[in-house]
Design a protein around this ligand. Structure first.
Ligand code: NAD
Ligand code: GLY
Length: 367
């Protein structure tokens, strides 16, 4: 068996619930490890057609002595819908899963979000465990209990806040992740760098400059730090009444760019990368940060192999229109997460359309 190593444990402590995020290598190949975390007599593993051939057998092996059912969805964001949802409910009911069952989400954010939503609703709520297999899901989607499916009229429109029992991050799964997906995850890491600032931002900048890959020795520490940052935001504001919204740094721009291009041009993390650059430029136009930070963010994104500019084919008026339908609108006012300095971000409701337009023009030019 490959070397099994637990690097770190980050605990998410909420008022009514607490769970560990376990960061390890080759944990999926260690049945005893999985069995100590999931002790129920019934489990349903939800995964997809890409991940099943890679990791399903390993996870199944841990549950050879209990009822272990499997549901394999088609791969893609377009299957994060009500049809897949009901396919999972059907399996649970047909296989007679009772209220003590545990659902295991084995996959990226799509699998995690849909499995979490099923868990929050099946028989008014059953337990679930996240085994995220993309970098983005390991440092973001699997933590914090946001679950959802998409509606034909909007992404993540139907969902709940429902926390998992545990998050198991096996770094070995990143060995099979396509490089583009890995880089997309780095965008969320850079977001945490800007939110947290300090030593983490410095370490991340240096490491990215040297070249960060799935095999890098610094990766476990960086992932653990991202999990810690996310856990702190979730602990402070589980249901996003205020502080947690800061995790959307760059996302107002990213969501508009994704909608504008019908989700065809960029992976989510790539759109977030451009969004982070836009958010830094907007902070500069609002005279919060100097040009040096704009250049630094551009450099970091470049080192991570991520885009930063808005293509000049994008109609900026239309893009602003799309931003106005973003979920972060409160009292008809568009709010942006802005940066005062790395480690000091806040929600700003007073951005004028002129200022926004100027920032977007600069993001097209790459100024
Ligand atoms: P994804 O789940 O679509 O995975 C990306 C691709 O990588 C898929 O093709 C998948 O099959 C493949 N893949 C996954 N792991 C692999 C592995 N180890 N080896 C080879 N291939 C692998 O995308 P994602 O970026 O992980 O997640 C995006 C989703 O997460 C979106 O639906 C988004 O809305 C959601 N999300 C949720 C939250 C949250 O807080 N709940 C936060 C961010 C994003
Ligand atoms: N991904 C943003 C959040 O979990 O709040």
């Amino acid at each position: 068996m490959a070397n099994f190593e637990v690097y770190d444990q980050v605990d998410v402590s909420l008022t009514e619930h607490q769970y560990p995020i376990l960061i390890c290598r080759n944990g999926l190949q260690n049945p005893n490890f999985l069995r100590t975390i999931v002790t129920s007599s019934q489990v349903l593993i939800v995964t997809n057609q890409t991940i099943a051939p890679l990791y399903l057998k390993q996870v199944q092996a841990a549950f050879a002595d209990v009822q272990c059912d499997v549901l394999i969805l088609k791969d893609g964001e377009q299957y994060k819908n009500q049809h897949s949802l009901f396919t999972i409910y059907d399996a649970l009911i047909q296989q007679k899963h009772h209220r003590d069952t545990v659902l295991i989400a084995l996959g990226g954010g799509v699998i995690g979000d849909i499995t979490g939503f099923v868990a929050s609703t099946y028989q008014r709520g059953v337990k679930f465990v996240q085994i995220p297999t993309t970098l983005l899901a390991q440092i973001d989607a699997s933590i914090g209990g946001k679950t959802a499916i998409n509606h034909a009229l909007g992404k993540n429109m139907i969902g709940s806040f429902y926390q998992p029992q545990a998050v198991i991050i096996d770094l070995a799964t990143l060995n099979t992740l396509p490089e583009r997906e890995f880089r997309a995850g780095l965008a969320e890491m850079i977001k945490y760098g800007l939110l947290a600032g300090g030593d983490f931002f410095k370490l991340l900048s240096t490491t990215l400059q040297q070249g960060l890959a799935a095999s890098s020795t610094q990766l476990p520490q960086l992932i653990a730090e991202c999990c810690r940052i996310k856990a702190q935001f979730v602990e402070t504001d589980e249901k996003e009444a205020g502080q947690r919204a800061l995790l959307n740094l760059g996302h107002t721009f990213a969501h508009a760019l994704e909608t504008y291009t019908h989700y065809q041009q960029w992976l989510h993390g790539e759109a977030v990368a451009i969004g982070l650059y836009c958010a830094t430029l907007l902070s500069h136009k609002m005279q919060l940060v100097d040009k040096q930070l704009v250049e630094q963010v551009e450099q970091i994104l470049h080192f991570a192999g991520l885009p930063h500019k808005i293509p000049n084919t994008v109609n900026l008026d239309r893009l602003i229109g799309l931003m106005q339908s973003d979920k972060k609108i409160k009292n008809n006012c568009l709010r942006f997460v802005l940066i005062k300095k790395p480690g000091d971000c806040y929600l700003e409701a007073g951005v004028t359309e002129d200022c926004l337009y100027n920032a977007l023009v600069a993001a097209v030019r790459g100024e």
